[in-house]
Design a protein. Structure first.
Ligand SMILES: CSC[C@@H](O)[C@@H](O)C(=O)COP(=O)(O)O
Length: 343
């Protein structure tokens, strides 16, 4: 199947209802491959090795993983073991724990034989809800963008984004991209600066692919270009997604987000964070308490692109995958309930 970047659900149940079908994202946009996950182990590997990624989509995948585990064995012991196995597949996105808690909470009061069906139903509901949340985020973000564009109506609204917080990172529409898609569809001339987002290049590979599929004008930039573009008046707003917003409003997101927020502050460019309630972690006080995933240095020393991987340094590398943007640098949070200055 050819995928042209037009948004669609990035996770569904398999045709027989017993598994989950996901887009294998590691070789996008060069290779389009849908794969079927048939066990909790499959789901764990898909999350850990980033076949699937993005906070809400990680949660949805884990929810189906738990359902698949219960289809094999509906006991308390199996539930607890699969919960723990899936929870440790990636540490930073709080949607993972949220989704596992949703499914586990729904099935625990039930007899073992009834748990799998109820877990699949809960996972389906999580997916449906994610789509609705993102549409609501989009509707509120659209009005925000309309207001911003009215300040400079004679030129396109220049939005900068980091990483991929689009339909490939959620069940559909995306968080940070939903307002962009709706603004474009509403006739607001939008142009997006797409941070390439080293080391894994989710911007250059995934966000650009999505925007092209939707017909949104965009330009991929090196991660280091954003500060210059802001200083020279070429960015009207920054909008990013997030893996976890803590009780005080700190924002954990893909490495490099913090530097964009600093540059935005210094240049009076509004910095927006799009999130559904499933990404808000009221139980964690500040960003300093969020576990930051440390991934393999190979993701830095090699760059993957069309035709394979090339080595870009002979030295070793460190690879912290997320950073924390302090709440004081956030202009507003774009949520399904509206645009808020604090969480
Ligand atoms: C709506 S997705 C928000 C975040 O999860 C996204 O911006 C991000 O950082 C994804 O990181 P990834 O490491 O690709 O899973």
């Amino acid at each position: 199947m050819k995928l042209d970047g037009t948004h669609q659900r990035s996770i569904t149940r398999t045709a027989d209802g017993a598994g989950a079908r996901i887009l294998e994202q590691r070789e996008l946009p060069w290779v389009v491959k849908w794969v079927e996950l048939r066990s909790a182990h499959d789901a764990e590997i898909a999350i850990r090795e980033m076949w699937t990624r993005g906070a809400p989509l990680i949660g949805a995948t884990a929810a189906y993983g738990l359902a698949m585990a219960l289809a094999e064995d509906g006991s308390d012991a199996a539930l607890d073991a699969a919960y723990a196995q899936l929870l440790e597949s990636r540490p930073t996105a709080v949607n993972l724990k949220w989704a596992l808690d949703q499914v586990a909470g729904a099935v625990r009061p039930l007899p073992a034989a009834d748990r799998a069906a109820a877990a699949f139903a809960r996972a389906d509901a999580i997916c449906d809800e994610d789509v609705a949340l993102n549409q609501a985020i989009g509707a509120h973000g659209l009005e925000l963008f309309r207001t911003l564009h009215a300040k400079n109506p004679d030129r396109p609204l220049n939005i900068l984004t980091h990483c991929n917080a689009g339909w490939l990172a959620t069940v559909d529409y995306g968080t940070a991209t939903a307002p962009i898609y709706l603004a474009h569809d509403a006739g607001i001339p939008v142009h997006v600066w797409v941070d390439e987002t080293r080391p894994r290049n989710q911007g250059a590979l995934l966000t650009a692919f999505e925007l092209a599929g939707h017909g949104v004008p965009h330009t991929v930039i090196a991660d280091n270009a954003g500060g210059h573009l802001m200083m020279t008046g070429q960015v009207d707003a920054v909008i990013v997604g997030t893996d976890r917003v803590t009780a005080n409003g700190d924002v954990c997101n893909k490495i490099g987000t913090y530097l964009k927020a600093l540059a935005a502050k210094d240049n009076d460019v509004p910095f927006y964070v799009a999130l559904p309630y499933t990404t808000f972690d009221a139980a964690t006080a500040t960003g300093a308490d969020v576990p930051i995933e440390e991934r393999s240095g190979d993701e830095v020393t090699y760059v993957a692109g069309e035709g394979g991987r090339i080595r870009v340094t002979a030295s070793g590398a460190a690879n912290p995958a997320f950073d924390v943007t302090p709440a004081r640098l956030v202009t507003a949070y774009v949520t399904e309930r509206g645009v808020r200055e604090s969480v």
